[in-house]
Design a binder for this molecule. Structure first.
Ligand SMILES: [Zn+2]
Length: 66
């Protein structure tokens, strides 16, 4: 019989900050290491494509919707 081995944690390099991030279902932001890095990366290309004149992004401010 084969011994059941736990799956080794897989880490990838975070595309945003370069730190090792956990590449597993429990990491919702994979391959990024955190939500901040994911949003930062998305915001990066968003700013490249859509450079608007709005100083702030409306809609992200009100976060109490529960
Ligand atoms: Zn990161």
């Amino acid at each position: 019989m084969t011994e059941a081995q736990p799956p080794a944690p897989r880490h990838v390099k975070c595309p945003s900050c370069g730190r090792p991030s956990l590449y597993a279902p429990e990491n919702r932001f994979r391959p990024f290491c955190s939500e901040r890095c994911k949003l930062h990366d998305l915001g990066a290309w968003a700013n490249e494509s859509f450079r608007l004149a709005s100083p702030e992004d409306p809609g992200l401010d009100a976060g109490s919707a529960s």
